[in-house]
Design a protein around this ligand. Structure first.
Ligand code: GLV
Ligand code: MN
Ligand code: MN
Length: 419
């Protein structure tokens, strides 16, 4: 009876702990997070560990030209497309141990559970981790899964430069040994894709609900602004004669918050990165680089927010006598997931006796890229305190178990389908 089947939550938790040791970051109050920026040495070590686990299970492991790693267990019926799951193992610089990691390791745990119990499926089952989901080092976010589905040419992606050290993505991929031989975009179109992920927000915990059946992902717009003014002496330059790039960046930052307030929820708007130069106490900044992250579930409203940002830049540039260059780093329209896949998550949760509610995703996910090519949905589990992209990020073991059990049975259901 496969309906009684459950994953081994303790084994899954042990793997989460082990991967969390790689690039570990410790906070002053006992927090344990991760710094595994994409294609860093820590990312390489994390990749090596997860790939070794995949190989230990006897799975067929492929590495593609953008460094996505996919492990597949064969099905019993020849010629059927795989059911796919997975996520990412890269993190932001101040990331947690669960964001992305849970989806990859739970997918692996699903396969180990099936192998251990001798459960065969008609379709193959594949679990993958995609390169550079976070976009914190190389923009755009979800880069590996975007290339996987043919949304960006691999040559273009390999030429992307890192925001921190200017390294070329293709060179970094080769340096860490993950420029693989499998062609990307993938020749294999999955039968379905389902991704387990932590919610990264407060809703499930606040409502005491265990499972989120994710309906879609809001639109994402990232812009980098480079402001060029004139550096000058802070003591001698009269206020009216300044072309202060720092002031201009601050005015735009305040304006970004005002855009979110004017449009109102669910509009969110963030300046997450700000670099001033020369960055000295007694010098008017001559140059500023900042990023603006705008998100909304309605693309027309997101376009309005983008237009307001553009107008703010024009006004500030004119007022302060600076030049502002705008560069788009990422732009993804909102995504709605497949109805039947959302319903399957709901009915599977109900069948396991777990509380469940529908909800949209505020964060970007690899699933939103896979939804371009196959029926897709996501399973969310609660985040303690709603915290994510924070080293204190935590999901309780019982919620890890619950989410992985839902993942197991959603995958089993889809992997039985022969049409
Ligand atoms: C990815 O984590 C994003 O939503 O920024
Ligand atoms: Mn994630
Ligand atoms: Mn993330």
């Amino acid at each position: 009876m496969t309906s009684d089947l459950r994953v081994d939550g303790a084994r899954l938790w042990e793997r989460i702990e082990a991967l969390g040791e790689i690039g570990a970051v410790h906070g002053p109050n006992g927090e344990r997070g991760c710094n595994r920026l994409a294609l860093s040495g820590a990312d390489a070590a994390g990749r090596d560990l997860v790939t070794s686990w995949m190989a230990d299970l006897g799975l067929d492991v492929t590495i593609d030209a953008i460094g996505n790693v996919v492990a597949t267990r064969a099905g019993t019926v020849p010629g059927l497309a795989p059911v796919m799951t997975g996520s990412h193992i890269d993190t932001v610089r101040t990331g947690g141990r669960f964001d992305g990691i849970l989806g990859v390791l739970a997918g692996l745990e699903v396969l180990e559970t099936l192998i251990q119990h001798g459960v065969e499926t008609s379709r193959p089952i594949a679990v993958g981790f995609f390169t550079d989901e976070e976009g914190a080092r190389f923009a755009p976010d979800m880069l590996g899964s975007l290339v996987y589905v043919g949304g960006m040419a691999v040559e273009e992606a390999l030429d992307v430069r890192a925001v921190d050290d200017g390294a070329r993505l293709g060179d970094e991929l080769a340096r860490i040994g993950y420029a693989g031989p499998t062609p990307c975009p993938s020749a294999v179109v999955p039968h379905a894709f389902v991704e387990l992920h932590i919610e990264q927000g407060p809703v499930l915990e606040r409502e005491d609900v265990t499972i989120g059946a994710v309906t879609g992902v809001q639109g994402i717009s990232w812009t980098q602004l480079t402001i060029v003014g004139q550096s000058a002496h802070a003591g001698t330059t009269p206020m009216g004669l300044r072309h202060d790039a720092g002031y201009a960046a601050a005015a735009i930052t305040v304006g970004v918050r005002a855009i979110a307030r004017r449009i109102a929820a669910p509009q969110v708007a963030t300046v997450g990165r700000l670099e001033l130069s020369p960055d000295l106490v007694n010098v008017v900044p001559g140059r500023a680089v900042l990023t603006v992250d705008l998100r909304h579930s309605d693309d027309a409203v997101l376009r309005q927010a983008e237009a307001e940002l553009e107008e703010d830049c024009r006004r500030v540039a004119e007022h302060e006598g600076v030049v502002i260059d705008r560069q788009s780093l990422a732009r993804f329209a909102p995504v709605s997931f497949d109805d039947s896949m959302i319903e399957l998550v709901e009915s599977t949760a109900a069948g396991l006796g777990l509380s469940c509610r529908r909800m949209p995703s505020g964060a970007g996910h690899d699933a939103q890229m896979l939804s371009r090519v196959c029926p897709t949905s996501m399973i969310f589990v609660p985040s303690v305190g709603g915290l994510s992209h924070n080293i204190a990020e935590l999901t309780e073991p019982e919620h890890v178990q619950a989410g992985a059990d839902v993942l197991l049975h959603v995958i089993l259901e889809k992997a039985r389908e022969t049409r």
